[in-house]
Design a protein around this ligand. Structure first.
Ligand code: PGA
Length: 253
């Protein structure tokens, strides 16, 4: 963490919690976030967004969606636009999560369009990048990460880059209980910041919050967050347990 940048602890609930269950979990999470000096975000399923926006109003917790469509409106059955999210009080949106890339044919080209749509609507995109185990073992992780960053952010100006959050999520660490070591996570978050410096200038790169995600939990959070280029976490499984999520928030103080 670095005091010049915003520290962000974001929960990614994925496809978990009905609206009733969401209300109950938020009731437990809110008191744990009350004294937080970092930014706390909950990225919940679409149908939970209204309840999350209502429950978190006036609190320290911001609400995020997990996806959006890049078009403003039209014949896109089953999709949700940035303006729809913005109007109900959503402020963040996860874009390009590896599960969307893997199971829903998300490409760097659509991710790039989605980043543009989010920024145009005043939402803060949390862009996810990360390599597979195979890519790591074949030593092509750096090229892969740099390519994702370059294409996914190709439509973003240096001025707008200040409103983008990047999350490094090694695919092999997501939901597997296999966390990247703090050295591995720091190495890639630094690589991301160096790539941002090339693209947008060093000054802008220094302001971007870069999160780590992949089996972050109450035990390993403090060590990961102590790394100089890790400015927070994107937390899946552990964000569904209020106590664990609360401990991660506390580790970010
Ligand atoms: P995990 O998920 O914490 O359950 O590994 C992280 C993510 O996919 O954002």
């Amino acid at each position: 963490m670095n005091s010049n940048r915003k520290t962000i602890i974001a929960g990614n609930w994925k496809m978990n919690k009905t609206p009733k269950e969401a209300e109950a979990l938020l009731g437990e999470v809110l008191p744990k976030a009350a004294g937080a000096s970092c930014e706390v975000v909950v990225c919940v399923p679409y149908v939970d967004l209204p309840i999350a926006c209502g429950k978190t109003a006036g609190s320290k917790v911001s609400v995020g969606a997990q996806n959006l469509h890049f078009k403003a409106s039209g014949a896109y059955t089953g999709e949700i636009s940035a303006a729809m999210l913005q109007e109900i009080g959503v402020s963040y949106v996860v874009i390009g999560h590896s599960e969307r890339r893997e199971y829903f044919a998300e490409t760097d080209a659509t991710v790039s369009l989605k980043i543009g749509a989010a920024l145009a609507a005043g939402l803060t995109p949390i862009l996810c990048v990360g390599e597979s185990l195979e890519q790591r073992e074949q030593n092509i992780m750096p090229e892969h990460i740099r390519t994702q960053i370059k294409i996914d952010l190709s439509g973003v100006s240096a001025a707008d880059m200040g409103r983008v959050v990047v999350a490094y999520e090694p695919i092999w660490a997501i939901g597997t209980g296999k966390t990247a070591t703090s050295e591995q996570a720091q190495e890639v978050c630094k690589l991301i910041r160096d790539t941002l410096a090339e693209l947008f200038g060093a000054e802008t790169a220094e302001t971007v919050s870069i999160l780590y995600g992949g089996s972050m939990n109450a035990k390993n959070a403090a060590e990961l967050l102590a790394q100089p280029d890790i400015d927070g976490g994107l937390i899946g499984g552990a964000s569904l347990k209020a106590d664990d999520f609360g401990q991660i928030i506390a580790a970010a103080q």
